[in-house]
Write a protein that binds this ligand. Structure first.
Ligand SMILES: [Zn+2]
Length: 286
């Protein structure tokens, strides 16, 4: 009977009622009825203890809450905050910082940071072994760090000769499969040499797939390992028909807005052309 929210304001209002937020979370977790989450039990014979908002399993006698075994476990944060937070993260194309989330929810930045971290965990794709196919883009980016002053003679000096613009930064390599939604795998790598990049491409991209990249030299060896390759020279243009790296570039800008640690290795679904529903019962239970 309740209309699910379509705007942020509606989402905050909708979930501000604790009972409604709780009922929503229960429905999200157990769309086919509450079942005991204990490994190997799964019994549907459960008794709800209303005053404490928990269930007791008739078969194994264990008590459980809707939060147990989910990203919400061990947190005193109520669903009135969690659900709008998920809603915000799943619907913003450009990413959300912990400061923005803190303001929107009326929680501390530290709490918002914790929530973002947990929600991103849940948004990860559970099958990293899945290989991308169709049209794939590869690219690298540098995150974190700062230009540092020389500590040893000749190291890190801004004198052209010994100047390392990426010093102190972490290189992140990304592979994107175009589509709706598009998919991205991102990983921290030590450098962007062929010997470093290629094993990850071969592990994550189906043989014979079309791969698009920038003009970075090592990528030109992709046809020799069984891929169809086309590259765009960013000194000349950014897009030539299908040949572009816009999907992965969009991901980087989203990634950089939300990133909190340069060591984060994460993958998420990125909606192309609008918001995508990212939260499923499976991802919450994971
Ligand atoms: Zn049980």
């Amino acid at each position: 009977m309740d209309k699910t929210p379509t705007t942020l304001l509606e989402a905050v209002t909708y979930f501000s009622d604790p009972d409604r937020a709780f009922a929503y979370a229960v429905k999200l977790r157990w769309p086919n009825g509450v079942a005991c989450p204990r490994m190997g039990c799964g019994s549907a014979a459960v008794i709800f203890i209303k005053t404490r908002k928990l269930w007791r399993c008739k078969d194994c006698s264990r008590q459980f809450t809707v939060k147990v075994g989910t990203i919400f476990e061990d947190s005193p944060i109520s669903f009135c905050k969690w659900l709008p937070a998920i809603w915000i993260l799943a619907n913003t194309k450009n990413g959300t910082s912990s400061h923005e989330l803190a303001r929107a929810l009326g929680v501390t930045q530290k709490t918002a940071w914790f929530m973002l971290h947990r929600i991103r965990e849940a948004m990860r794709d559970g099958q990293p072994a899945e290989q991308f196919k169709g049209e794939v883009e590869v690219d690298e980016t540098y995150v974190g760090g700062r230009k540092r002053r020389a500590t040893k003679r000749g190291e890190g000096r801004d004198n052209r000769k010994g100047y390392y613009p990426f010093e102190g930064k972490t290189m992140v390599f990304g592979i994107a499969e175009r589509g709706r939604p598009s998919k991205v795998k991102a990983m921290v790598l030590p450098d962007r040499k062929r010997a470093t990049l290629f094993p990850h491409i071969r592990a994550n991209v189906f043989p014979g797939t079309s791969i698009y990249s920038d003009a970075w030299g090592p990528y030109r060896g992709l046809p020799s390992v069984g891929y169809v390759h086309a590259f765009i020279d960013h000194w000349v243009t950014y897009c030539e028909g299908r040949v572009h790296t816009n999907t992965i570039e969009n991901f980087w800008s989203c990634f950089k807005r939300t990133i909190v640690s340069p060591a984060v290795v994460y993958e998420r679904w990125l909606g192309e052309g609008g918001a995508q529903p990212l939260i499923t019962a499976e991802s919450l239970a994971g």
